[in-house]
Design a protein around this ligand. Structure first.
Ligand code: TRP
Length: 433
């Protein structure tokens, strides 16, 4: 089985917090350890420009998020870990995709629609304060995903629509220019509930309710002390349901530890004691990483070189793929065009071909042979030459795949693999090959 490619991006818009760790960083690292999975993780710094015009903040956030992934155990040898803006082909692909994306599709994007609805409600121009980057956001994200032909894209619920758009856009491009892109599938980590913040709402930079991931212990303690609880006194039973403190604990604890805390709640543990338990539990997981994190933050040049190595690895794929896409849409080297008169005379490039023939049994056969004359497909005997010709026509039309009903009429000699056959079939019709 070929490896499944997982890809996801993290916008570099702020300091990573516990919610990012539980919701994105930790699951990403766990997924990268699964056999037969190829992971692509990147810092989506182009995306951050859509909402942030503070250059220092973007730079700082890039450093902090990269350091967080590395401190939490991401192995850059094992995965492809890079910064989006180090891959110039992403910008180029964004344009190619922009030109096959209907504007109406983008009009329907939730993030853009929310901005418009807000303006309408305030009696303002619908597009007031909406930059075209926000509008184009789904196309940039599509380029991120399609560039590496990701099969699976793990994201939060708010990003599902974007992955669906990536599928739509990929389909449109494939329809126009041939099967270049894998259609990506969204993966929502059901087991990873969104982490509540200090005030009980979803932990988010924009609500100012977050706990920085690698806050020093003293700061962590202070922030935990500020988690909103109810007014039940020590000794009074407490409810786990709706308790932000409990949910944050659960995100770090084993099932057993969580059950123990649930009993303590029922037994009337004081909020102060519960907060102490939470502090110790989080600190147990994060303290060792915190040290690594500090060392990394203090050595930005080292992180820079990790990212550049990642980009070099990524560009080994993105550069040739983009060359192929440029060719597919017609951005081509002119010298490959022979002058018209000569073109007619010029020998056709060698291609695989179908050979039809009749055997002594009176039946009509064909075979697909490659440029060296090797047989890639052998047909059964047909009663008429027309049947043979029709089967050839269907195969040629399909391009690269052999449909199940055709498979009965064909055999593949040993030593020939499906990819070779697919490539030959494609080469019959695609002049680019
Ligand atoms: N838009 C994503 C977010 O805000 C980040 C992102 C950018 C992304 N490009 C991506 C996620 C590609 C998955 C795949 O969370």
């Amino acid at each position: 089985m070929t490896a499944q490619r997982f890809l996801t991006g993290i916008t570099t818009s702020g300091e990573p917090h516990l919610g990012n760790y539980v919701g994105a960083i930790r699951p990403a690292i766990a997924a990268s350890l699964v056999p037969n999975v190829e992971s692509f993780y990147f810092l989506a710094d182009y995306h951050s420009l859509i909402k942030i015009d503070d250059p220092a903040r973007i730079q700082r956030s890039t450093l902090e998020i990269a350091a967080s992934f590395l401190a939490a155990g991401l192995d850059p040898q094992r995965v492809t870990f890079y910064r989006q803006s180090d891959i110039p082909e992403i910008g180029e692909l964004t344009w190619l995709l922009t030109c096959v994306t209907s504007k109406g599709l983008l009009n329907r994007a939730h993030a853009y629609k929310a901005a418009v609805d807000k303006n309408n409600a305030a009696g303002m121009d619908p597009d007031a304060d909406v930059n075209a980057g926000l509008f184009m956001y789904p196309v940039l994200m599509t380029a991120d995903i399609l560039m590496f032909n990701a099969h699976k894209v793990p994201v939060g619920r708010d990003q599902v629509q974007h992955v669906e758009m990536a599928r739509d856009i990929a389909q449109r491009f494939n329809h126009l220019y041939g099967e270049h892109f894998t259609l990506p599938q969204v993966v929502i980590e059901e087991s990873v509930a969104t982490l509540p913040g200090l005030d009980g709402r979803k932990m988010s930079k924009s609500y100012d309710n977050s706990i920085p991931l690698f806050a020093p212990r003293a700061q962590l303690q202070k922030l935990i002390a500020g988690i909103v609880t109810d007014s039940r006194a020590p000794g009074e039973p407490k409810q786990t349901e709706g308790s932000a403190l409990f949910q944050i604990y659960q995100a770090f604890a084993s099932a057993e530890e969580t059950a123990t805390l649930a009993r303590a709640y029922a037994d009337g543990i004081s909020w102060a004691d519960a907060k102490q338990l939470l502090l110790e539990r989080i600190d147990r997981e994060l303290a060792p990483m915190r040290e690594t994190y500090q060392a990394l933050i203090n050595d930005p040049a080292r992180i820079e070189s990790v990212l550049l190595e990642g980009a070099a690895k990524a560009r080994k794929l993105s550069a040739p793929f983009t060359a192929r896409l440029r060719h597919a849409v017609g951005l081509r080297n002119l010298s490959s065009l022979a002058p018209k008169a000569e073109a007619a005379k010029a020998a056709k490039p060698e291609r695989p071909s179908f050979k039809q023939y009749r055997e002594r049994d009176g039946k009509f056969y064909f075979k697909l042979v490659d440029v060296r004359g090797r047989v890639l497909l052998q047909s059964i005997g047909f009663d008429s030459p027309k049947e043979a010709a029709q089967t050839i026509a269907t195969l040629t039309e399909l391009g690269s795949s052999v449909r199940a009903d055709l498979a009965e009429k064909l055999t593949t000699p040993t030593g020939v693999d499906a990819a070779e056959v697919a490539h030959a079939l494609q080469a019959l019709t695609d002049p680019a090959l």
